[in-house]
Design a protein around this ligand. Sequence first.
Ligand code: ADP
Ligand code: MG
Length: 732
Amino acid sequence: MGASTARRAAISALTNFRTVPPRVNFKETPVSSIYASNVFNEEVQRQRLPKTVFKKLQQTIKKGLAIDPAIADSVASAMRDWAIEKGATHYAHLFYPMTGLTAEKHDSFVSPLEDGSGAILEFSGKELVKGEPDASSFPSGGLRATFEARGYTAWDPTSPAFILENPNGTTLVIPTAFVSWTGEALDKKTPLLRSMEALSHQAVRVLKLFGNSEVTKVFTTVGPEQEYFLIDRNFYYARPDLINCGRTLFGAKPPKGQEMEDQYFGTIPERVLACMHETEQELYKLGVPVKTRHNEVAPAQYEIAPIFENSNLAHDHQMLTMEMLRRVAEKYGLACLLHEKPFARVNGSGKHNNWSMSTDTGENLLNPGDTPHENAQFLVFCAAVIRAVDKFATLLRVAIASAGNDHRLGANEAPPAIISIYLGDQLQDIMDQIESGGAKTTKTGGHMEIGVTTLPKLPRDAGDRNRTSPFAFTGNKFEFRAVSSGQSIAGPNTVLNTIVAESLDYIASTLEADLKAGKPFNKAVNDLVASIYKNHKRVIFNGDGYSEEWHKEAAKRGLPNLKTTVDAMPSLVTKESVELFSKYKVLNDKEVHSRHEIFLENYKKTISIEALMMVVMARTMIIPAALKYQHEIATAIHAAKSAGAPAASLGEQEKLLSEVASLISDLQKHTCELDKATHHHVHGDTMAHAKYAHDTLIPLMDSVRAAGDKLETLVDDDIWPLPTYREMLFIK
Ligand code: ADP
Ligand code: MG
């Protein structure tokens, strides 16, 4: 399909768009009959499970106690009955392999009778608890050879099962962890769960020192804000790069981009809004607490954000959100782009990861709070985060590194690759005072003493916002904003939880020792927070993270600036990193190395697929179109000459002809070079391959693109084979 056909189809899709029923309103359909209606949640469990089974299951979910295998059959049978009432014919174990995507294996409830006389519907505890998908084709980074294909999915009772609807039947979906037969994590959920346990353990230790003995479990909480693009599906299918790579590999800058700043929070186009409505309704049914939606900065860019939940659930719900965005978009003739940078020179998409820690008694540990006692505790937890982010900045950088995010970080639209913390003036001021010790006043006035009993009341909203910081304190949580739109949030949160667990361990151990040595608690806390702040305040930066001065200043402070994935990855396999992950039982040595391997491999593959696609597009789409246009001009000049047009009047046309001809020649030359480079055999390990992609392929791709994009601005629009930015971003 050529560009002009795609354009006509897109225009017709848009102008003929009529809202698709069903339309839900809360007057006719009470929210209670929609929200979480497809979730096997606490309410359903209470109604359908025997009392003792319900109690045991809840203890696992809420208190983190080991699951009692004896209850599995009972839970499975209740789940089956409930699912069949909801139209389910199959059940599926849902898991999150290292592809960063969601995977599912479906099995039917139907079980034929032995004598062949019929069938019954079965679902046993064994089937609920354990599945065995053939795992040989998932990336394992050397954890498992292909001939040892066994992989197991293990029921995660802390993330409720749900019903996924399809016009032809529904499926009972069971979230699971995915492990090899040696028990190594082959997925993203297992390490996340392990990191949550590690943090919980250390946080409870610290809370005990503050005299809090009620708390038995601390959960990390996450509210991920998802940015995405929606474009007409006709454009999408006319762009092989979008279909195969998720981003445009060619595309000239449109005359109008986002410079008018008329998009951000602007009114939402009707078809897009209709699509958002339905996406939200589908997510409500699954109990995903989506809350806000708005137009984002770039044209055709939007955002959806939920209310925060415990990290595990937030992760599963985030994966569902991405899936649902894609699916529902199709129903509206749209395509949802989750890539970090679908359009060059237009803002890319991120996923702000709002993160905090919450006790099982419902207290947010990063809430400055109303009482002095809570403030001291708050400052300790806050200090733990500051220390962790400074000490392990490179690991946070690794957690967000990918070929896609490399286009974004440091590009003056997203935070730089330098990890720093924005504390806000008020909190920074308090930390400064703690460092110099003794009683001080806050910026807002009032007397305070930095001890347990007389700490200041901190304002809930700790100052202004800072969009340029990769890691910002925003009132009662930290917002990790360098996370990318397309990635699973499991990785960044696993790292965050683990490094903060390490800090809390350090804090608990120091305080325990101080108390044992007879130091008064107030003084011990004060000294500790002061020393952490003193040693780690270099990571705090409240200014403009996009500025050149910050890059210089950060270098002076010795903060790492790992610009690309290739620069970042070695940090994952340092001795310090391996020790950290093994100490807190999040990833063992092999698991860490496997991830290093997988990430680099993914990087290299992504770039080589893009390079190959560029070659194909240049050769089979752009060059042929440009040649046609060259022929058109040449023929026109020739015709004009024969018809007697004076030679002097044809000078500009001849210039155009030679410009087009020379661009075609450039494009051919660069395409040949890129083609050759993609076939070059690289010796060495995965890092050598990744480096080759970065150092050799990317610069060649840039040259190919430059020539291609220049041609786009010259070639006859009727002939140009690809939908352009000015259409894709604005016909909506
Ligand atoms: P904004 O960042 O636009 O100011 P909000 O502050 O309302 O928006 O929240 C952004 C996200 O942060 C939401 O998903 C929200 O649920 C989440 N959030 C709020 N409190 C917490 C918390 N304690 N832990 C994790 N996420 C939180
Ligand atoms: Mg935000």
